[in-house]
Design a protein around this ligand. Structure first.
Ligand SMILES: Nc1nc2c(ncn2[C@@H]2O[C@H](COP(=O)(O)OP(=O)(O)OP(=O)(O)O)[C@@H](O)[C@H]2O)c(=O)[nH]1
Ligand SMILES: [Mg+2]
Length: 321
């Protein structure tokens, strides 16, 4: 783990300085570096976390809920307000939503020539959750340059947990008439949402879903002083988007409050640190389990608990480099 405690390399520093000044080629190179987890990645990650601002917003929800349409409408509104935006479109690896990439590209097309909008696709392949670990670093980095960083995460399930730790604000997108409320409770969506959007409000049942969500939120109480709003939208027509963007600004002001900022930062650094540690631990363990030392130990084992004990002993004996 020595790579993660090493001082920032001068090469990384130079690249970072160029990127933070808005050099698009440097921005792309830097993001590729973070994504590839190459020799510069650790230094760049460190710099990115130092410069990050609380403008990262994740849109999550079931497949087809209208996340991409909402992101696109949000960009439009933020541009009207003069803000600059980076979009991290996480290419889903799951076969369920794999077909949506083309559609997403199409929905983003109107923004690709706008110099105030930077769009980058990232792959989520290989990550256990919906967002690759590098996404958190890339989002942190881009937040230092652009006023807002918008992410769309793949589907429901384990992915949401990642969204929570990657972004400052999580928007959960649901639709009427799909039994989403019960399902989302099961998937722990209530835990992760900062803002609920009832999209496709042109469909029947939108008001019922909104009322259900509001009573659900009231029953579990607010998180800190932030009361989670439920906003009806029709993303394809731009309905409700102005109000939703106003809430994004309110949320940002809330996170920037001195009494919240420290706690927020601590929570995010804790999750990001734990994610890195788990990754490192997993690869070290995999390596150990292939070693001659383990083969010898495994031959003498009488139970898996004994084996787990041996692994624990090995872990305690591992010294940081
Ligand atoms: N009627 C209606 N249709 C909508 C609305 N918002 C989005 N749609 C449509 O719903 C479909 C899915 O929208 P997307 O924005 O691709 O949804 P998504 O959540 O990004 O989908 P995945 O990325 O595949 O999970 C598209 O055909 C949209 O045109 C809405 O408010 N009302
Ligand atoms: Mg989409």
């Amino acid at each position: 783990m020595n790579a993660h405690t090493r001082a920032v390399s001068p090469v990384a520093r130079a690249l970072f300085d160029k990127a933070i000044a808005g050099d698009i080629a440097a921005i792309s190179r830097l993001l590729s570096s973070l994504e590839a987890d190459d020799g510069l990645a650790c230094s760049l990650c460190c710099l990115s976390w130092i410069h990050r601002r609380p403008g990262t917003v994740g849109f999550t929800g079931p497949p087809g809920a209208g996340k991409s349409s909402l992101v696109s409408a949000t960009i439009r509104r933020l541009r009207e307000l003069g803000a600059t935006i980076a979009v991290l479109a996480v290419d889903p690896s799951s076969p369920v939503s794999g077909g949506s990439i083309l559609g997403d590209r199409f929905r983003m097309r109107e923004h690709t020539l706008d110099p105030g909008v930077y769009i980058r696709s990232m792959s989520s392949r290989g990550a256990s959750g919906g967002l690759a670990r590098a996404t958190a670093d890339c989002a942190a980095f881009l937040s230092g340059i652009y006023d807002w960083v918008l992410l769309e995460s793949v589907g429901v399930g384990q992915g949401e947990v990642d969204v929570r730790t990657t972004v400052d604000t999580t928007v959960v997108v649901l639709n009427p008439g799909t039994g989403d409320v019960v399902q989302s409770l099961k998937a722990g969506i209530l835990e992760i949402a900062d803002i609920f959007v009832v999209n496709k409000a042109d469909r029947e049942g939108a008001m019922v879903l909104q009322a259900d969500l509001e009573s659900l939120i009231a029953s579990v109480g607010s998180r800190g002083d932030w009361t989670r709003p439920v906003i009806p939208t029709i993303a394809t027509e731009g309905f409700g988007i102005k109000g939703m963007v106003d809430v994004l600004y309110e949320r940002r002001m809330f996170i920037e409050k001195p009494e919240v900022v420290e706690e927020h930062r601590r929570t995010q650094l804790t999750s990001a640190s734990a994610a890195i540690f788990k990754d490192e631990l997993r690869s070290s363990l995999d390596e150990f389990l292939l070693s001659p030392e383990w083969r010898k130990l495994a031959s003498a084992l009488t139970s898996p608990y004994e084996g787990a004990g041996e692994i624990l002993r090995w872990l305690r004996s591992v010294q940081p480099h």
